[in-house]
Design a binder for this molecule. Structure first.
Ligand code: NAP
Length: 281
């Protein structure tokens, strides 16, 4: 697995990691086996949140990593409805318990909502001092949110912004991605397959992906992942609930797309001309 520096943390993190949203809906044993296989394959960046399955997903992740915590770069998120100083401290304690660990590698504010940013960032700083989180970051922050963030105590210490990014949704390339690169924030691409809207094999987009994949003995999903992570500032976190899907996703890192492939992808999945508001799921 390729590692890249995760923003200002200076730590090398797997460019393809593992998402966990909705994992509580999958069969538990194969879901845990998939996460463990992913770690074996170097997909050590695991993304979860208190929001997922109302805590049940963190419990699944906790079970999957309990005997391999040291290998994992563990990210969880506080919901903005816990977005006060005191509630963020409590939410973190609860996540740590469910994840069966004493620390998170990164703790994110899931989205801005009505969170009190001053209180949340103060809580992040205190959690960092206590060693309960090593770093903090944000998610779903547009450029104006990032500017607000920088003006608040603790805001300059944020190490990443986790945002919606896939071939059919390239809005971040116009403003959010350049801003994050300039300010040394890692960009984590969530829903790298478009959640449940990956192009079907017989659609025009699906046919292009298949043709590029065929030329490399690869799969359309591998092409989609490689398109994102060829940029060293971008970390993708596909979610998979089976070992077979995890193995396919991990192997995307070895795919070498040509300049012609990129040109075809650019033409088929153009980025928007105008900079619009940051979309989210
Ligand atoms: N910060 C935020 O607000 C936010 C929002 C959305 C997502 N996220 C994070 O980003 C992660 C990924 O996004 P996502 O879960 O929305 O969707 P996604 O990763 O874009 O797509 C997941 C879907 O793709 C399928 N899949 C995965 N690998 C596959 C393969 N090799 N072949 C065929 N199907 C495959 C999965 O099926 P199976 O489950 O059957 O394998 C699942 O249905 C989330 O899990 C979460 O951790 C964060």
């Amino acid at each position: 697995m390729r590692l890249e520096k995760f923003g200002s943390t200076g730590r090398g993190v797997s460019v393809i990691g593992q998402g966990t949203w909705d994992l509580e809906r999958a069969d538990r044993k194969p879901a845990i086996a998939a996460l463990q296989r992913g770690v074996e394959l170097g997909m050590t960046h695991i993304d979860t949140a208190e929001y997922y399955g109302a805590g049940r997903v963190e419990e699944i992740v906790g079970e999957a990593i309990v005997d391999r915590r040291e290998q994992v770069f563990l990210v969880s998120k506080v919901c903005p409805n816990h977005g006060t100083y005191a509630q963020t401290l409590k939410a973190c304690e609860d996540s740590l318990k469910r994840l069966r660990t004493d620390r998170l590698d990164v703790y994110l504010l899931h989205w801005r909502g009505r969170a009190d940013l001053v209180g949340v960032f103060k809580a992040f700083l205190d959690l960092q001092r206590q060693g309960k989180i090593l770093h903090a970051g944000v998610s779903n922050f547009d450029v104006h949110d990032l500017e607000d963030m920088r003006a608040i105590e603790g805001g300059q210490a944020m190490v990443c912004n986790q945002v919606l990014y896939h071939l059919e949704e390239r809005t971040i390339e116009n403003a959010v991605l350049p801003w994050c690169i300039d300010h040394h924030l890692a960009v984590t691409a969530y829903s790298p397959f478009g959640h449940d809207r990956f192009p079907t094999p017989h659609s025009p987009h699906g046919k292009v992906l298949q043709a590029i994949a065929d030329a490399h003995g690869a799969t359309p999903r591998q092409v989609a992942l490689q398109f994102l992570v060829h940029d060293p500032h971008v970390f993708a976190i596909p979610k998979a609930s089976s070992v077979a899907h995890t193995e396919e996703n991990a192997a995307a890192v070895d795919l070498r797309l040509t300049a012609e492939d990129f040109a075809w992808l650019e033409k088929t999945f153009p980025k928007p001309h105008l900079t619009t508001a940051l979309p989210s799921l």
